[in-house]
Structures are given as C-alpha cells and as structure tokens.
Write a protein that binds this ligand. Structure first.
Ligand SMILES: Nc1ncnc2c1ncn2[C@@H]1O[C@H](COP(=O)(O)OP(=O)(O)OP(=O)(O)O)[C@@H](O)[C@H]1O
Length: 268
C-alpha cells in the first residue's frame, strides 16, 4: 500500500486568468479512501477533471499510478456530478450499459463479455432489481447506485466520485458511503469522494483533501480539520468548533467566500 495512486505536483489551472487550482501538490497512497471537501467553487470538480486528463493544467504534473495522466485511462472510474435526467424510459441496465467503453446512448449491440461486465457492475451495487426498471421511475438514490455501477465498469483501481451523496437523506448517505467503502476494501481501490457533508465518511476515510481558494491540503482528519490548518488554507480566521461528536467550520465575521457553517463529523 505504499505506492502512490495519484501524485499531483505544482498543478495550476487558470480560468479567465484566475487560478482555480493554484500550485497544488499532494500524493495519495494506493488504497486510500479520501474525502474531498471545500465550499462551492473550491475546485473539486475541476481537480477531478484534471486528474482524468479532461482539463489541461497550465503548470505542474500529474501521475496516475506512476504514469502521466491521460484521457480515457481505464484504471480510473468516474462518477460525475451532473445528474441531468436521462431518458426516462431507459432501463437501469441500459443506463449502466451506456457507459460501457465510453459509449453514449444507443449502442445497439453488446457482446457476451460486455453483458457480463454490466451485470457484474449492477450486482456490485445491489442493483440487479433495478436493471429492468425505467430510470424515470427510480428514486434519486437508486439512480445514484446505477451511476456508481457505471463508474465500476472496467474494474477501475481508482474511483473519482463527485458528490455521490448529494440529495440523499442522512441514512442513505451513510449506507452509500459504507457500500463504496466496502467495495473499495474488497477490490483494493483508491477512492476520492467529494462531499459537502463529511459526516457520512467519518470512520471510513483515512485522508481529507480540503480545498479553498485554489489551494489544497491533504492529511488525516485530525490534522486537517483544525482551526490552525483551515485558517492557513483560507488565509483568513476560520474556527473549527467541536459540538458533541461533530465539528463545525465557522468563518469568523462571515467571510464572503467561505461557507459560514459547514457541519462535519468528529474524527474517528
Ligand atoms: N466550464 C467552466 N468555465 C468557466 N469557469 C468554470 C467552468 N467550470 C467551473 N468553472 C469555475 O471554476 C471554479 C471551480 O469550479 P468547480 O466546479 O471545480 O468547483 P466545485 O468545488 O466542484 O464546486 P461545487 O461544490 O459547487 O460543485 C468555479 O469558480 C467555477 O465557476
């Protein structure tokens, strides 16, 4: 477990002359389970897209399992944040199948191996019973399970999950996080999961990657989720307050670009 799954070195990415990623560096050991945190617009999605080779940094380098990143790498599974409604009449099986080998809707033929892989991905997220259901009839949580199945196609060694817990109720959040964790453990996958609520990941993740103002800090929960570390990251006074077994990140004086109160759990 000592090899690096993801290495980011001095990466800067500009949008309209503004650094969305500003000279960030971190190394994620293989097999890690990482919660990626940060307010709206902190750059979480941009980071994922950059790791996937879909966005080109203006400076810096990225290695995935020791190789320079490149578009279409099969070792990475990606669950994007966008959840536009897919064709409502599409079955769950067809929705997962649509992601096979990067094809979009309407691939007319799947060979036996492709069918087996799709069935296996559905089984991995306990979604066999959703295979024949029209996607339009499914709940948000059920659709998210299908999206997770899509990300598992090709048996990736690294999973990038962009807000997979969004719009789930608290019980489903924890259940989904545990499902992903169990899959990662069983398959030895490295997981980076962005979220606005760290609670469901408590006791599961071994690292936090906290992003703000284009900067990022990676470390253990108890090292990152501190007043000192987050104040340094934001470049402004930020207080991490414990209340029972929960943590709150509070911007002193209501800083404009910081979530005024983000509820997070107490480090495991
Ligand atoms: N296609 C784009 N063109 C221009 N700017 C963009 C584009 N996509 C994102 N941005 C900007 O880049 C910044 C980072 O956006 P990003 O989506 O990576 O943040 P995020 O942390 O994922 O946010 P959220 O939690 O709201 O999803 C934001 O200021 C956003 O407006």
């Amino acid at each position: 477990m000592s090899s690096a799954a993801v290495q980011v070195s001095g990466v800067t990415l500009l949008r309209q002359q503004r650094p969305v990623l500003d000279n960030i560096s971190f190394t994620i050991p293989a097999g890690s389970f990482v919660g990626v945190l940060g307010g709206n617009g902190a750059g979480k999605t941009t980071l994922f897209r950059t790791l996937l080779g879909l966005e080109k940094p203006s400076a810096g380098q990225i290695w995935i399992e020791g190789q320079p990143t490149q578009k279409g790498r099969m070792s990475i599974g990606y669950m994007p944040q966008v959840r536009g409604m897919v064709a409502a009449q599409l079955s769950g099986w067809s929705m997962v199948a649509a992601a096979q080998q990067g094809w979009k809707w309407g691939l007319p033929f799947y060979n036996e191996k492709a069918r087996t892989d799709i069935d296996a991905a559905l089984a991995a997220v306990d979604a066999q019973d959703l295979a024949s259901c029209p996607v339009g009839s499914l709940s948000g949580g059920e659709r998210q399970r299908l999206m997770l199945a899509q990300a598992l196609l090709d048996n990736p060694r690294i999973l990038l999950l962009d807000e997979p817990l969004a719009s789930l109720d608290p019980a489903r959040m924890r259940e989904t996080a545990e499902r992903i964790y169990a899959l990662a453990q069983a398959r030895g996958m490295t997981v980076l999961m962005s979220t606005h609520d760290i609670n469901p990941l408590m006791g599961l993740m071994d690292h936090v990657l906290y992003m703000a103002h284009g900067k990022a800090v990676l470390g253990r929960v108890e090292d990152v989720m501190t007043t000192q570390t987050l104040s340094a990251l934001y470049g402004a006074p930020v207080e991490v307050v414990r209340a029972g077994n929960r943590l709150f990140v509070v911007a002193e004086g209501g800083g404009a670009s910081l979530q005024s109160c983000m509820c997070v759990g107490h480090g495991a």
